[in-house]
Design a protein around this ligand. Structure first.
Ligand SMILES: Nc1ncnc2c1ncn2[C@@H]1O[C@H](COP(=O)(O)OP(=O)(O)OP(=O)(O)O)[C@@H](O)[C@H]1O
Length: 294
């Protein structure tokens, strides 16, 4: 089929050039008598890390599952890379045409496969013709890219720590060079140092690989450290999207409680301290830098 016949279809290796790789409009999700989403709208900007927050059970994971086609909504439309997911034909079609990576809560690795084999699963699905040798090389590269030692390739998930399993899940999410990365509570269960390292890795990968990241989290430090904007889910919809200062300027009680409660203030404080330290380090470097006029 030629491009003229179907202009909105991205070719398999073409990068998305629009402003919003994800557009959700009028989303409704119900389970029996429970309405989780009612007229939910959200636009994710190209190249941003969007933090998604909300109380437990507000439907963050259901929203992510709807965007990646694992949950058929009752109403509304979701465009990914400019094409409707909700009107898509089959799950197979959705998977075949979209380059995204997903890190589910808990990693969701296949326990009977090694880390390398786990990473190979989406590569084989997306590129069925790929040679065994290239498959092994790509898997090894993704494992190292995710900050794991190379020998982790041959280990089983049960042989890894919780933090390493997250990285293995990330390696699998990066397997097919996605443009969109979905992370569902990536730092949950990690110690503060591990969480901090994972945040930095996420930021580094997003910047170097040009990713758009949809990041569900309860971790205030993550929001302050790496998110460009934050979307807040409450009352069955997205009640606000913006930078943290923009959100703080709203008077919604949940937002005020969340960011200005004891934990929110502690996260703000530690962020301010680390910015001061970075500024001091930068000043120091400038003081010690050889003068270009010498
Ligand atoms: N397959 C399903 N069948 C029935 N109810 C479901 C299903 N999936 C989710 N729900 C319900 O939808 C609501 C939203 O769930 P979801 O997992 O999206 O919440 P969440 O915001 O991600 O919560 P948490 O922060 O605790 O992970 C919950 O009440 C949940 O019980």
């Amino acid at each position: 089929m030629s491009d003229e016949e179907e202009p909105r279809t991205l070719r398999r290796h073409e990068r998305f050039k629009g402003d919003f790789p994800i557009v959700v409009e009028g989303l409704v999700n119900r389970f029996g008598s429970q309405t989780v989403h009612e007229n939910l709208d959200l636009k994710v900007r190209n190249g941003e890390i969007l933090g998604v927050v909300g109380g437990s059970g507000t439907g963050k994971s259901v929203l992510m599952r709807s965007i990646i086609g694992l949950q058929r909504p009752n109403e509304g439309n979701i465009d990914v890379f400019g094409r409707s997911i909700t009107e898509a034909e089959t799950d197979e079609d959705i998977r075949a045409r979209n380059r995204w990576g997903v890190l589910f809560q808990g990693g969701a690795l296949f326990s009977t496969l090694t880390v390398g084999e786990n990473v190979q699963v989406p590569i084989k699905q997306f590129y069925p013709e790929i040679s065994e040798q290239l498959l092994n090389e790509i898997a090894r590269y993704k494992v190292v890219l995710s900050g794991l030692p190379e020998d982790a390739v041959d280990k089983y998930p049960s042989e890894l720590s919780g933090g390493m399993r997250k990285r293995a899940g990330l390696a699998r999410a990066l397997a097919i060079d996605p443009e969109l990365l979905f992370l569902d509570e990536p730092t949950a269960g990690l110690d503060p140092i591990g969480a901090d390292k994972f945040d930095r890795l996420t930021r580094e990968l997003q910047q170097t690989l040009g990713l758009t990241v949809f990041l569900i989290t309860h971790d205030l430090d993550t929001l302050y450290a790496i998110c460009d904007r934050v979307a807040v889910l409450a009352d069955k919809r997205v009640i606000a999207v913006g930078t943290i200062p923009e959100l703080l300027a709203t008077d919604h009680p949940w937002i005020q409680e969340y960011f200005n409660g004891a934990r929110g203030r502690a996260a703000q404080g530690s962020m301010a301290k680390s910015s001061e330290k970075s500024a001091a380090r930068a000043d120091n470097m400038m003081d010690n830098a050889p003068s270009s006029r010498a």
